[in-house]
Design a binder for this molecule. Structure first.
Ligand code: HEC
Length: 181
């Protein structure tokens, strides 16, 4: 409780000064002697600064792909909660894309709903600890990953099943998917 208050105060001060900074700029009368073009036209809007600082699709996809590999090996080892967790992390990696690539994100969201969502074969296989069903759903999902790559002009990016997981975690720790809260 005590720890949170100063952070909040700091955020308000920071946000407050940014807002004040913005409005000061907007209400200031135009200088009589125009500043150099670089100083006026070259000042990017805050929204553009944030957008450019966030990762684009390629960076996010690296995380998606690694977590997807980890998900497979977690399921295979019987760590079903870790498999469920990795599916969540895949989606976290793509969150910034809502801002940086607004045209790609809806397609990603549709992919998630169909392949990783509550009614997906992967989720059902995880919940039932059914590796046979999981294997099939996993390879169907790989095809759908690649379907999006082809559709968006990246036919040369073809995901294949990894020979091992990425992260050094205990993949054989036994758990239920429901342990991933
Ligand atoms: C919504 C469409 C879409 C879906 C669905 C999608 N991808 Fe991608 N992926 C892309 C695009 C677009 C790129 C190229 C991005 C760029 O660099 O601009 C990409 C690039 C990649 C890359 C190369 C990035 C790198 O840095 O190595 C990998 C690996 C990848 N995707 C894996 C996957 C996997 C695995 C899945 C499925 C679990 C998947 N993708 C699903 C659109 C998609």
């Amino acid at each position: 409780m005590f720890k949170k208050i100063p952070k909040l105060v700091i955020s308000f001060v920071v946000v407050g000064s940014l807002v004040v900074g913005c409005s000061t700029q907007q209400t200031q009368p135009a200088p009589t002697t125009p500043a150099t073009p670089a100083a006026t036209a070259g000042t990017p809007a805050l929204a553009d600064v944030i957008k450019n600082a966030l990762p684009g699709t390629g960076v996010a996809m690296r995380g998606v792909s690694d977590s997807f590999d980890n998900m497979y090996y977690a399921a295979k080892g019987g760590n079903w909660a870790l498999a469920a967790y990795m599916s969540d992390v895949m989606q976290d990696y793509m969150s910034p894309i809502q801002i940086t690539r607004t045209q790609v994100y809806p397609q990603w969201a549709a992919f998630v709903k169909a392949n990783l969502g509550d009614d997906s074969a992967l989720k059902k296989a995880r919940d039932a600890k059914d590796m046979v069903a999981f294997e099939k759903a996993y390879s169907d999902t790989i095809n759908n990953c690649n379907g999006c790559h082809t559709a968006l002009g990246f036919k040369f990016i073809k995901k294949i099943k990894a020979s091992g997981p990425e992260a050094n975690l205990d993949y054989s720790l036994q758990s239920n998917a429901s342990d991933n809260k």
